[in-house]
Write a protein that binds this ligand. Structure first.
Ligand code: NCD
Length: 310
């Protein structure tokens, strides 16, 4: 196994074999993730989490992953409590934080921020979301969840649903899942379709992008339905958001048309796009995703630290 990745800014930073290496390593982390035994794999290493946007799962799972592997964490969870409010630039902040840590996980409202940080930093940078751009480690945990449940990634009928324009999780997932499949169904309210540059990229790789409003029509064919919330915070006005919210809701009557083996994923947080009654069905995978986020991030930290020994 050779894993020589330094930064994870987008899925493009990972070859197929890197993705599979991460998923395999994640499988091996399960026992440690449940707290069965204290690991010393990353003893002496420090993870910095630098979050300029809200987060529950991503930040806590990265920090928990580091602690489970015997490492330590420092964190700016609210930039309002840091020198950013004094006008410090991202570059200066990164140069500072890298003096205190071995790896930085960054979430920032601006697209491209993580790439910019990686150009400034000498230590590995992980993009935990850059505005409406990318969120690659979410995608890795999505793939881990799909592979565990379906037993494979190849040849599955996958649909992404919801805010495909501003949703960074679906941007990363679209690139990643089509490494293993030839087709992707896209269902979005009008104006929130997958960005044309992503559609062009994927079509350029001979992938079939099926954009449809007919969720009920495609549902019986689906193996995976990936649901996302409308990204309210990226809309110019509350009225623009109100116009598109609530158009697609996954509920029990709709699921009568689903394959028994359908997996419904959601990166969370959920607002109103999946009815709570769906949680009790065998389709619901979104709480498994939460746990898989921990094991996948343990694998990512372990592999990046192994590849980038200082
Ligand atoms: C996602 C994000 O931040 O992009 N959340 C997450 O990391 N699980 C999805 C979202 O906010 O809708």
């Amino acid at each position: 196994m050779t894993f020589s990745v330094k930064n994870i800014i987008s899925i493009a930073d990972l070859a197929d074999k890197d993705i599979l290496t991460i998923l395999d390593r994640a499988d091996k982390m399960e026992r440690l993730a449940r707290g069965g035994k204290q690991s010393r794999l990353l003893e002496g290493r420090i993870l910095a989490t630098l979050f300029y946007e809200p987060s529950t799962r991503t930040r806590l799972s990265f920090e928990s992953a580091m602690l489970r592997l015997g490492g330590s964490t420092v964190s700016v969870a609210q930039v309002g409590a840091s020198s950013v409010v004094k006008g410090e630039s991202l570059a200066d902040t990164i140069r500072t934080v890298e003096s205190y840590s071995d790896i930085i996980v960054l979430r920032h409202p601006q697209e491209g921020a993580a790439q910019w940080a990686a150009e400034v930093a000498s230590i590995p940078i992980i993009n935990a979301g850059d505005g409406a751009g990318r969120h690659p480690t979410q995608t890795l945990l999505d793939l881990a969840t799909i592979r565990k449940s379906q037993g494979k990634l190849e040849g599955l009928n996958v649909a992404v649903l919801g805010d495909l324009r501003f949703g960074r999780t679906v941007h990363s997932l679209s690139y990643a899942i089509t490494r293993f499949t030839d087709k992707l169904y896209c269902v979005a309210p009008e104006g929130l379709e997958l960005p044309p540059e992503i559609v062009m990229d994927l079509e350029g790789q001979n992938k079939e992008i099926v954009q449809t409003g007919d969720l009920q029509g495609i549902l019986p064919d689906l193996d995976v339905l990936y649901v996302t919330r409308i990204q309210k915070e990226r809309f110019p006005s509350p009225a623009d958001y109100e116009r598109v919210r609530g158009q697609y809701v996954i509920d029990l009557p709709l699921l009568e048309h689903a394959k028994p083996t359908l997996d419904i994923l959601h990166p969370l947080p959920r607002v109103d796009e999946i009815a709570p009654a769906v949680d009790k069905t065998p389709y619901a995978r979104y709480f498994s995703q939460v746990f898989n986020g921990l094991v996948v991030r343990m694998a990512v930290l372990d592999l990046l630290m192994e590849a980038h020994k200082t």
